[in-house]
Design a protein around this ligand. Structure first.
Ligand SMILES: *[C@@H]1O[C@H](CO)[C@@H](O)[C@H](O)[C@H]1NC(C)=O
Ligand SMILES: *[C@@H]1O[C@H](CO)[C@@H](O)[C@H](O)[C@H]1NC(C)=O
Ligand SMILES: *[C@@H]1O[C@H](CO)[C@@H](O)[C@H](O)[C@H]1NC(C)=O
Length: 198
């Protein structure tokens, strides 16, 4: 560069700049482009609170929790760690009351993975709340997080959504309403879910 005249140097810089902005323009038009928020209608952000129950049923005629994978049997795994490495696939009803016969507002679909080898019983959950009632019908919220079953109150993040929950974010608080019952094969969990969305 030092051997170039200042004018030549300037034009090289200008050409570099030009080709760079052309590359950016090509990239933007073919892959993504910057939009103004006004390009899609974003109204005032709202806060929605849901209160519901979900029912995990692992036996009987209405199973909604299927064990998809078990950890390999190892002699070093104490009984308390039996859930570590276990993967369950769920499609459970969401109801407005703890009774499964109460009005249903949707379902929770996803996976729960035993994520801790110690007795704290931490699970990794990645689930979608699929709403089927009223203005929420067809909209979904996505929850991804850590659920430590030995804690009374657990908090998991809401990381997104679809339909009226586009751009959603928030959190869910959950507690065990009725622990796993060996006779009915059922456990009931209570949820308070708060989501910001447009
Ligand atoms: C649940 O609701 C059904 C139908 O309303 C009722 O027969 C049943 O007793 C209720 N169960 C509980 C545990 O309250
Ligand atoms: C929810 O939407 C589906 C699909 O559009 C429709 O079939 C169903 O009747 C709706 N349910 C309610 C309760 O509006
Ligand atoms: C639960 O039920 C299974 C069989 O379905 C039985 O082997 C086990 O001992 C029971 N556990 C308790 C705590 O009752």
């Amino acid at each position: 560069m030092s051997s170039m005249s200042p004018a030549k140097h300037l034009s090289v810089v200008a050409m570099l700049f030009l080709s760079l902005s052309m590359a950016v323009a090509t990239f933007q038009s073919s892959v993504g482009r910057t939009m103004s928020k006004e390009d899609i209608i974003l109204k005032t952000e709202k806060l929605t609170h849901f209160h519901f129950f979900f029912h995990v049923i692992i036996s009987g005629p209405n199973i909604d929790d299927v064990n998809a994978a078990l950890p390999p049997p190892t002699s070093t795994t104490p009984a308390a760690n039996a859930f570590f490495g276990r993967v369950d696939s769920l499609d459970t009803p969401l109801t407005i009351g703890p009774n499964i016969s109460s009005d249903r507002i949707g379902s929770m679909q996803g996976v729960v993975v035993g994520a801790s080898p110690v007795e704290e019983l931490a699970y990794f959950m990645e689930v979608i709340f699929v709403f089927t009632e009223g203005k929420y019908n067809g909209s979904t919220l996505v929850m991804v997080g850590r659920n430590q079953a030995t804690m009374k109150l657990r908090e998991l993040p809401i990381v997104g959504g679809t339909g009226i929950f586009r751009f959603a974010r928030g959190y869910a608080l959950t507690r065990t309403y009725s622990p796993f019952d060996n006779k009915t094969g059922t456990a009931i969990y209570e949820y308070d879910l708060y989501a910001l969305h447009y």
